[in-house]
Design a protein around this ligand. Structure first.
Ligand code: ASP
Length: 333
């Protein structure tokens, strides 16, 4: 194979999005002129963690197709999980901390790297919408606890009781022996993280959760932390996490996945490498017993991937080509 053909093949491998084929003059390897640009059939593209991602994708897709901005589509999409009392790990109906309080974490990020987050927020059903207001209407990136609530109220959000009867019953049952032992893949719907590649090819993302059930009052996980639960760089790709937040914070998980994509790894390879790093770091750790971490990622070309420590993690994908469906993530164990 001539070196020029080898170059063309390499340029096209693994790219299902915009594929720019370069004419590489052999006498000058740095002199590259584009020959053709193939527009991606994969834009827009939405990926979301877990099975409840299907309903969230559905709503976000509807919004995108109406011409709504990606950020608003994310807020509406993951808002479906936040409002669903049957989703025991996000928003309304989320399992409480050990004091019986539902406390919420969320963050959102756009293609300019602007971000907003809330942590340890109580009594507001849609923390992702408050995170968006932090991004848009404050000079800060994160508000927490009472300050976040005060801000939400000033923005017109209403206080509500988020502890459903069902969640309260489970909490009372837990109180009987009060053992803290996070459940792996909690009913297949932990944190919802959503990543969007919009029709212009810009990336954005959001994630929202009620965090680990029976956590200490005041505990904040990875989900509102940019770089841990969510990260994107519009030049490269986007990544988001679910699972044991402490493990993701210790390793700056999502930021690392994006960084590996910058170095040329596919979303799948990047998720796998960081998941394995997390696994290796926790081999002799007290958290290993219930360590589950899963990542999803998408790059600028519309390739996507996912990987987790233990089996059971999956994510929902929506594109024009194949519609809304579940993808099973491979796992380390
Ligand atoms: N990552 C979330 C947290 O640690 C929970 C989860 O995704 O299961 O708060």
């Amino acid at each position: 194979m001539s070196s020029r053909r080898r170059f063309l093949k390499k340029a096209a491998i693994g790219t299902v999005g915009i594929t720019t084929v370069f004419n590489c003059d052999q006498s000058s390897k740095t002199n590259k002129t584009p020959l053709a640009t193939v527009t991606s059939p994969k834009k827009p593209l939405i990926i979301s963690t877990w099975r409840h991602g299907l309903a969230a994708n559905e709503e976000a897709w509807r919004q995108l197709k109406k011409g709504t901005s990606a950020l608003n589509a994310i807020v509406s999409g993951v808002g479906i999980s936040e409002a669903d009392p049957n989703v025991a790990s996000v928003g309304y109906g989320g399992l409480p901390d050990r004091e019986g309080k539902v406390t919420l974490d969320a963050c959102i990020m756009n293609h300019h790297s602007d971000c907003g987050a809330v942590s340890f927020l109580q009594s507001i059903k849609h923390p992702i919408a408050v995170a968006q207001k932090v991004l848009e209407n404050t000079p800060h990136v994160m508000l927490t606890g009472k300050g976040a609530l005060q801000f939400a109220l000033s923005e017109g959000f209403k206080e509500e009781n988020l502890l459903t009867e069902k969640a309260e019953k489970r909490w009372r049952k837990w109180l009987e022996d009060s053992k803290y032992k996070p459940v792996i893949n909690i009913e297949n719907h932990d944190t919802i993280s959503m990543l969007v590649l919009d029709k212009e090819g810009n990336l954005s993302g959001g994630c929202t959760t009620s965090g680990a059930a029976w956590k200490m009052h005041g505990r904040v996980g990875d989900s509102p932390i940019i770089g841990a639960g969510l990260f994107l760089d519009n030049e490269v790709g986007a990544a988001a996490a679910t699972g044991l937040g402490e493990a993701v914070v210790r390793t700056a998980g999502s930021a690392m996945v994006v960084e590996l994509m910058r170095q040329g790894k596919s979303p799948n390879e990047a998720c796998k490498e960081i998941t394995e790093r997390i696994y290796n770091k926790h081999k002799n750790h007290k958290d290993m017993e219930y360590l589950q971490v899963g990542f999803i990622a998408v790059n600028k070309q519309g390739e996507h991937g996912g990987y987790s420590v233990r089996p059971g993690f999956n994510y929902a994908v929506f594109d024009d080509e194949k519609g809304n469906r579940m993808e099973k993530a491979a796992s380390k164990l």
